[in-house]
Ligand binder design. Sequence first.
Ligand SMILES: N[C@@H](CCC(=O)N[C@@H](CS)C(=O)NCC(=O)O)C(=O)O
Length: 217
Amino acid sequence: MPITITAFEKSPDRGAGLARDTRVRWALEEVGQPYEVRLLSFAEMKKPAHLTLHPFGQIPTYEEGDLVLFETGAIIFHIAECHSGLLPEGPDARARAITWMFAALNTVEPPILDLSIARILESDKPWAEQRLPLVKDRVRNRLDQLSRHLGDAVWLESAFSAGDLMMVSVLLRLKPSGLLTEYPNLADYVARGEARPAYKRAFAAQLAVFTDTSTGG
Ligand SMILES: N[C@@H](CCC(=O)N[C@@H](CS)C(=O)NCC(=O)O)C(=O)O
């Protein structure tokens, strides 16, 4: 069954790979599943045709026959359930990998998103200078804990899983802030994720969208 995902026609990060279609592309590349991409403008994302696929008018979505999914957690979990390579076989190891997916999305991503908002959308506010250090400390708190847990391990559990795919994707958003470099083991962990051939293919594909549209191609 052909798979179609949606992505920004022109990503606000100019192809830096931070839009969330990248993590879905990465998962599909890891399991060797070809996919098509429907590009949307911001205006199209808020129109009824897209809202029937995604009630919140966002990207990415995932279509496979009659199945329509939104939320990257659900999409990547579905991909991992349908194909081997992203979740371990043993039930306990599988449950732990899924736990890391939730931890990435529910515990680590929120303060990181808050930091992106503070840096990008709130920087002109009169209180921005006072708030930013507080937001950064909340991110550092999570990074401290994650860094201590990871220690010298290569991946969060014994082998790369959808949990790592999600955690690396979430941590990548910290790159512009420089905070990741305060935690060398986390920076190395993210670099290991980025070095995976599947990630490289996903990154190149999303960058090509930006360079094509920005050159009018
Ligand atoms: N929790 C959602 C978040 C989706 C999301 O925030 N998508 C962003 C792009 S990365 C978006 O569409 N932003 C535009 C908007 O919200 O209008 C997921 O993981 O899929």
